[in-house]
Design a protein. Structure first.
Ligand code: CDP
Ligand code: MG
Length: 632
């Protein structure tokens, strides 16, 4: 945090003002000593002479924070153009933007800004814009040429999230489209995606007019930079027709301990354990500061891990894989890696997405060990035998191969890509998974029989930056006169849930303002979704005390996630036949209604369902006849 002195200038020597300048100087020095600084000129030459560039450099070498500033200084923002940098994670977009704004000595949202779902910190003067890749995908829906960008940097490409993969495909064609000639227009039919208004059949004159628009705007080529922390850039290079790769090397930082854990629950129990153990030590040996970091932790709390530990203390950071590459925590000397990670998996057979704990890949294990000992020698303790390491798969399976694709498929359809299976993906998703999501979208009424986006439902769903089922719930809610209630529900389901906080901690946490922060987040989400649904002309009304109406609406939207109680108290998911249990944190854990719908399935040692609501069994064939007449 910059120690600004808002009260003004009383700061004499050693006062806040002096602190501020000392910090400024330190930052300038740090910037100069980053490995990337020595190749600034060469990088700028490469960007000028190539439209696609792949940059590989270890985490901490300065790619994310420095490159956009170099590009800005090299004149890539002339004519008001913007440099966009995408991140797979929201936290990274925010924390990096904050850092860069500070380095540039500007206020957040001015020259440097960020934009993530439900939180836009940019203005008309923003030139360096950090965002999630999902957000840029949505921008592509509104501007087929992404014309305000001169350079787009796809960061952390090695993570291979679905959004990154889809984005790479889209950017490849945007780049071609900006070059112009008719025969080079992309296989994506962008003319269909004008502000969500879709022209069903495109003809040559439309094609020509979109081309003229491109010429009329005198679009310069789009520079594309793919950045990755993993050494294997071959895949990216091949995908982009043999693009150059630039490697940056690095030596750096020391001191604290970083422990990789699988999720919030594990982090909290380890935190408790460490604190208990500490109390058993003599007082002078308790100088350990334990700090958690995971993505649903409010950003203020996350920022604490970046601050130096109090003098004489050692920091122990308990992190999820968020600390593998997305955020660099300075000063780590020891890494403890149990070799596990929680990953989203999707079963095309059951159509269910779940979070499971799986072994890391070798690439991940190496990446984790790479977080230790940048300045002096560092150490990584792998808590598994060497032969297990040998058994790990080489690299992480791209998320696109293991997640529910319905949101992506909906987005691609809205971008005019009709043939999803034939789309130029860097790595093709599983055919069954694509088919399953097409089925889901059809059941939700988003697709016509010809598998095109339906009007108005499919188009409306694509305009909402939400999971398709949540989007459908909003649309239905306008018919059930309970959109007010559904807005809040969907916002809560979209914002990381407060109910993940263990109950015994809730009180303490409230004191910590976490609750207020959560409420603020939900309200911001409600505001933004409300804006969306207002623009779409949906009828916003409240059902008041009529909870029956509201639950019927939930049943109509979440009918695919309906489950029936079994004699032994477990539940059977009607659509997949899977056996599940209500998560103990749910208020319905004890009540156990006969029939319910749920929002999320988590697989730990059991299949748990979360965010559940009681419904009446008989509503299902009534409200979802497209599905349940066939079934029963
Ligand atoms: O992208 P890459 O991993 O190559 O490095 P970076 O994120 O640009 O970070 C470069 C340096 O900036 C790191 O070594 C950190 O010391 C510093 N940094 C920071 O202090 N605070 C941040 N939020 C981000 C980076
Ligand atoms: Mg980075």
């Amino acid at each position: 945090m910059p120690s600004m002195d808002p009260a003004g200038s009383k700061g004499s020597n050693g006062g806040p003002k002096a602190d501020f300048f000392a910090r400024k100087q330190r930052i300038a020095q740090q910037r100069k000593s980053l490995p990337i600084a020595s190749v600034e000129k060469r990088l700028m030459d490469e960007v000028r002479s190539h439209d696609i560039l792949i940059i590989v450099g270890e985490t901490g070498s300065g790619k994310t924070t420095q490159l956009p500033q170099y590009l800005f200084n090299a004149g890539f923002c002339r004519d008001g153009k913007i440099i966009g940098i995408t991140q797979p994670r929201r936290v990274a977009a925010v924390s990096v933007a904050k850092r860069v704004a500070e380095e540039c000595g500007v206020e957040m949202g001015q020259r440097v800004g960020y934009s993530i779902r439900f939180d836009d910190m940019t203005s008309s003067s923003t030139r360096i814009k950090y965002m999630t890749d999902g957000l840029l995908l949505r921008e592509a829906l509104l501007d087929k040429y992404l014309s305000k960008y001169s350079v787009i940097i796809v960061d952390e490409a090695h993570e291979r999230t679905v959004d990154t993969d889809v984005l790479l495909g889209i950017l490849k064609s945007v780049q071609k489209a900006r070059l112009g000639p008719i025969n080079q227009l992309p296989n994506i039919d962008h003319t269909k995606a004008n502000n969500g208004v879709v022209i069903d059949k495109e003809n040559d004159s439309q094609r020509a007019s979109s081309l003229n628009q491109c010429r009329g705007l005198k679009l310069s080529p789009l520079k594309l930079i793919i950045m990755s922390a993993s050494l294997d850039a071959r895949g990216f290079s091949e995908y982009f027709g043999g693009a150059r790769a630039v490697h940056i090397h690095l030596e750096e930082g020391a001191g604290d301990v970083l422990v990789f854990l699988t999720g919030q629950e594990e982090i909290e129990s380890v935190e408790r354990l460490v604190l208990e153990k500490l109390l058993q030590l003599p007082e002078e040996k308790r100088k350990l500061k334990v700090l958690p970091i995971y993505s649903s932790l409010p950003s203020e709390k996350q920022m604490q891990v970046f601050m130096p530990a109090p003098t004489g203390f050692r920091k122990v950071i308990l992190a999820t894989n968020i600390a593998e590459t997305s955020v660099t925590i300075p000063g780590i000397k020891y890494v403890i890696d149990p070799g596990l990670v929680k990953a989203r998996t999707y079963s095309a057979r059951t159509g269910m997405e779940s979070l499971v704990v799986v072994p890391t890949s070798k690439a991940q294990a190496l990446q984790r060990s790479g977080r230790a000992g940048r300045e002096g020698p560092g150490k990584c303790f792998r808590l598994y035998p060497e032969r297990e390491f040998e058994k790990l798969s080489d690299s992480t399976v791209p998320e696109i191969k293991r997640c529910n694709l319905s949101k992506v498929v909906l987005q691609l359809k809205a971008l005019g890509v009709d043939d999803i299976i034939g789309f130029d993906f860097m790595e093709k998703p599983l055919r069954e998974a694509v088919i399953k999501s097409l089925e889901l979208l059809a059941l939700l009424g988003a697709l016509t029989e010809e598998s095109r986006l339906s009007k108005p439902v499919g188009h409306q769903m694509a305009r909402l930056p939400l999971d398709p089922t949540h989007a459908k719930a909003l649309i239905l809610a306008s018919q059930f006169n309970c959109l007010e209630e559904m807005l809040i529900t969907v916002a809560m389901l979209s914002v990381e849930s407060i109910f993940y906080v263990p109950r015994e901690k809730l009180e303490e946490v409230a004191v910590d303002n976490l609750f207020q922060m959560y409420v603020a987040c939900v309200l911001a989400a409600v505001r933004q979704i409300r804006e969306n649904v207002e623009q779409m002309g949906l009828h916003i009304a409240s059902c008041g005390d009529d909870m029956l109406q509201f639950r019927r609406c939930l049943a109509a939207a979440f009918f695919l996630n309906a489950a029936l109680k079994q004699p032994d108290g477990t539940y059977r998911v009607l659509s997949s036949g899977q056996s599940v249990q209500i998560h103990p944190s749910s208020v319905l854990f004890r009540t156990k209604p006969d029939c319910l719908i749920f929002d999320e399935l988590v697989r730990t040692n059991h299949n748990y369902i979360r965010n559940v609501s009681r419904v009446d069994y008989l509503w299902l064939p009534e409200l979802a006849p497209q599905y349940y007449t066939l079934k029963e």
